[in-house]
Design a protein around this ligand. Structure first.
Ligand code: AMP
Length: 283
């Protein structure tokens, strides 16, 4: 497995590969969710390249950039065990050379609401780093987790609009046995907080039951039910909404038969840890 720290080294290694290349961009602190993306890459391509880069441009000043976990040795071992052909581990100066002025990457409209509203500049940073990584790695496909649903839709929209020559592959959210969506940020949770964090998945299951089993068609009734579950788990809610699964726009009512489906999305804080989760229902 190659470990590249410069763009030149990455390009040399990548261009020596024959066949299809899948790319899995990450911020490290790898868990089974990340590994599932590497596995998905192997089913669709001949080689998988992983990047590990805690991208400062997608963190707001008050967010957890400095304390974000960086267990590099364990991450490299996980990539090796998962069969990655190579790992790109750039420094901040390699990704953003101080002498190169920033080019503007405009975010697509699907970035405007939800995370985009609550974390100004976040998706601008995501689009910028993904555009750069795609140009550096030149993959045929890139695997993204549905765990970060809005991010997936933003990256899909950017790739489509800018005609980037790769395919974005959505991969299902990997959960712990108790239903908590795996996240590098789960290490911040105390034992009690971890229990409270289950409220996110419970609220999403409640939304699904209301829609599928009871035929509830009013998004605000579903949002109220999710809010109740979250409050019972002491989750400080940023949003708990039911949206169009592609545009993430609000919907007036859920059509009978659920053609196209909906997505329920939640963001909230448990203690000082911010968590997000979602569930695609129907469609
Ligand atoms: P991150 O390291 O948090 O930037 O995530 C890197 C990639 O892993 C993104 O495409 C995430 O959506 C994906 N990912 C994170 N958590 C999970 C999970 N529990 N299941 C599947 N994919 C995930």
């Amino acid at each position: 497995m190659f470990i590249a720290t410069t763009v030149d080294d990455l390009r040399t290694q990548r261009r020596a590969l024959t066949g299809r290349v899948a790319f899995v961009p990450t911020m490290g602190a790898l868990h089974a969710g990340h590994v599932s993306l590497i596995d998905a890459g192997h089913t669709l391509a001949d080689h998988v390249i992983v990047s590990i880069f805690v991208n400062p441009t997608q963190f707001a000043p008050h967010e957890d950039l400095a304390k974000y976990p960086r267990p590099l040795e364990a991450d490299l071992a996980a990539c090796q065990a998962a069969g990655a052909v190579g790992v790109f581990v750039p420094t901040v100066d390699v990704m953003y050379p101080p002498e190169v002025p920033e080019s503007i990457v405009e975010t697509p409209t699907v970035a405007a609401d939800l995370e985009g509203k609550l974390r100004p500049g976040h998706f601008r940073g995501v689009c910028r780093v993904c555009a750069k990584l795609f140009n550096m790695v030149e993959p045929d496909i890139a695997c993204f987790g549905m765990k970060d649903y809005q991010q997936l839709k933003v990256v899909e929209a950017m790739v489509a609009d800018l005609a980037m020559p790769l395919q974005i592959v959505p991969c299902p959210t990997k959960r712990d046995d108790d239903g908590l969506a795996m996240s590098s940020r789960n290490v911040y949770l105390s034992k009690d907080e971890r229990h409270l964090a289950l409220g996110l998945n419970k609220a999403l299951r409640e939304a699904e039951a209301l829609i599928i089993e009871q035929g509830e068609s009013d998004p605000s009734a579903i949002e109220a039910a999710m809010t109740m579950v979250l409050k019972a788990h002491e989750v400080v809610i940023d949003y708990a909404v039911v949206r169009h699964p592609q545009t993430l726009a609000p919907i007036d009512s859920i059509e009978p038969g659920l053609t196209g489906g909906v997505v329920a999305l939640i963001a909230g804080r448990v203690g000082t840890t911010r968590l997000i989760d979602n569930r695609v229902i129907g469609g």
